[in-house]
Design a protein around this ligand. Structure first.
Ligand SMILES: NC(=O)c1ccc[n+]([C@@H]2O[C@H](COP(=O)([O-])OP(=O)(O)OC[C@H]3O[C@@H](n4cnc5c(N)ncnc54)[C@H](O)[C@@H]3O)[C@@H](O)[C@H]2O)c1
Length: 306
């Protein structure tokens, strides 16, 4: 299959691209290397067509989607904190860029699986959160992801096949500093044998899902007969940031205590996915447990990926 991966030099996109190459697809990556890195593609560099360009460039996108069967759309500006100061840029890349892909999907008939986000829920009234629950973003980044969902729905009504995956907190090799960045930061501290720092009281909870499981969800969504849906992609379990710090400290056998800094603006209090829908419709099941992964990394002193 001929596939385009936008944001393919980033954390999630590069793992999707690796999977596609290994199964024999013809892969093109479009990335402007804003946060992405060519090093993320080291394993597949000679097997892909890499294009350094911007998803806001409609003409360029149009050249790249010619004869494409599917587009995995991962490119975005993804920092909650930056989004407060760069609202227009966030709207331009995340919303206008996504609409370019949807428009081309309508024109050329390819299927789109794209990165939505658990942040569309804001601070949910009930946990675990279901796909049909209210969406109330609490920061400009999350608002762009909600606007993308409105667009995805609109274009699906015009016949475009588009599935939005609401990722929770994705962790694993090459992870970016957003979302599961706390894991990266804690591991960096442990590597230096110093205490991890928690923003706020540490009682905020997160549903951490491993990158291999996220790749699988993307592939199942693309290969399915489903034309339009939004799916939660989490594990259904959550851990508080304080407990996470203690898991990391315990696994290291260092005698440390976590330290606390100020709470971050726009930080949601709790995330936990209800994954009934994706289990049922895509037969997807998360396999990797966060504590197993952390214990393995720390006990082997295998910090090379951070
Ligand atoms: N990592 C998570 O836990 C998580 C959770 C929810 C949603 N998401 C979403 O998943 C997607 C991938 O996130 P990630 O964690 O891999 O982040 P990332 O920053 O590693 O990847 C994003 C990629 O998009 C590229 N990009 C940015 N602007 C671009 C533009 N205008 N044109 C072309 N390329 C551009 C960047 O260079 C980067 O390679 C994003 O849409 C993000 O919002 C991620």
């Amino acid at each position: 299959m001929k596939i385009l991966v936008t944001g393919g030099a980033g954390f999630i996109g590069s793992h999707i691209a690796e999977y596609l190459v290994q199964r024999g697809d013809d892969v093109t990556i479009l990335d402007n290397l804003n946060t992405g890195k060519k090093e993320n593609l080291a394993k597949i560099n000679d097997k892909i067509n890499f294009v350094n360009g911007d998803i806001r460039d409609y003409k360029l996108l149009e050249e790249l989607v010619n004869n494409t069967t599917g587009v995995f759309h991962e490119a975005a500006l993804a920092s909650v904190q930056d989004s407060f100061n760069m609202k227009d840029e966030y709207i331009d890349v995340n919303v206008n860029g996504t609409e370019n892909i949807l428009k081309l999907g309508k024109e050329y008939g390819f299927k789109i699986v794209y990165a939505s986000s658990s942040s569309v829920y804001g601070n949910p009234n009930t946990i675990p959160v279901k796909e049909t629950d209210e969406r109330k973003p609490i920061n400009p980044y999350a608002q762009t992801k909600l606007d993308d969902e409105y667009l995805a729905k609109k274009y699906s009504e015009m016949g475009v096949s588009v599935i939005g995956l609401r990722y929770f907190n994705v962790f694993g090799p090459r992870q970016s500093k957003e979302y599961a960045g706390v894991i990266k930061l804690f591991l960096e501290k442990i590597k230096q044998e110093i205490s991890p720092k928690i923003n706020g009281d540490g009682l905020q909870t997160r549903d951490f899902v491993h990158i291999d499981d996220v790749v699988k969800a993307n592939i199942l969504a693309m290969d399915s007969n489903i034309k339009h849906e939004f799916f939660n992609v989490g594990t259904g379990n959550s851990i508080s940031i304080l407990d996470l710090a203690n898991v990391v400290i315990d696994a290291s056998s260092l005698s440390l205590e976590p330290i606390h800094g100020p709470e971050l603006p726009g930080d949601v209090r709790a995330t936990q996915a209800d994954i009934t829908l994706i289990r049922k419709l895509l037969n997807w099941e998360p396999k990797m447990r966060l504590d197993d992964w952390l214990t393995k990394i720390i006990s082997n002193k295998d910090f090379q990926y951070i």
